[in-house]
Design a protein around this ligand. Structure first.
Ligand code: GRF
Length: 198
């Protein structure tokens, strides 16, 4: 399948997805943060990039431009990888069943931010990461895969995050690979004329 990765930051999961690609190809890396590290890395690899900040243009215009870029690249599957902006219900609906995310907790535990600090504060013995379908509910869509890591005595949010990240880099390419194989029969979606009317 032709995959777009959406990110806002350093892009270590992007790197794992590109390096572990089997049964899919990352054809576009898009970001709401034009200075995201992951964008620069993608450009160095010769992967097409799309960078646009929603600041000043509004969410709808931003998402329409993003959607147009995705369609132009023939994208079939979107993989969110550290994309830190909430997508509108219209955008989510338009890509329903074709957009996945990785989250650094064992969902349904710890949706949202500060997952590692919350897992440590709760006294959990295990933490981990989850890949799930994106729906209108933040971090709430159907689970596609999870990996567990132990929480060690003396762990800080940073030390735990580093351990979970290693697991993320193994889990995400594997799940995306399985997911993409199921998608490859579907052609790219037609361009949305107007997301507001979707
Ligand atoms: C990862 O921990 C991911 O689970 C979360 O954001 C972080 C992104 O890190 N959604 P990176 O940019 O892929 O290095």
């Amino acid at each position: 399948a032709r995959v777009a990765v959406l990110l806002s930051g350093r892009g270590s999961n992007l790197r794992a997805l590109v390096e572990g690609a089997q049964g899919y190809r990352v054809v576009l890396v898009a970001s709401d943060k034009p200075d995201a590290g992951g964008l620069a890395w993608a450009a160095e690899q010769g992967i097409a990039t799309f960078a646009l900040s929603p600041r000043g243009i509004g969410k709808q215009t931003y998402e329409e431009a993003l959607d147009a870029a995705l369609c132009q690249a023939g994208v079939q599957v979107i993989a969110l990888a550290g994309y830190m902006r909430l997508l509108s219900d219209a955008f989510v609906d338009r890509w329903r069943g074709r957009m996945i995310n990785i989250h650094p907790s064992l969902l349904p535990k710890y949706k949202g931010l500060d997952t590692h600090a919350r897992a440590i504060a709760a006294g959990d013995a295990v933490a981990g990461c989850s890949v799930h379908l994106v729906t209108e509910e933040l971090d709430g869509g159907e689970l596609l895969g999870q990996a567990e890591v132990p929480i060690e005595p003396g762990d800080t949010p940073d030390s735990l995050a580093a351990r979970v990240l290693v697991a993320e880099h193994q889990l995400y390419p594997r799940v995306l690979s399985e997911f993409s194989r199921a998608m490859t029969d579907h052609p790219a979606l037609p361009r949305l004329r107007d997301l507001a009317h979707a």
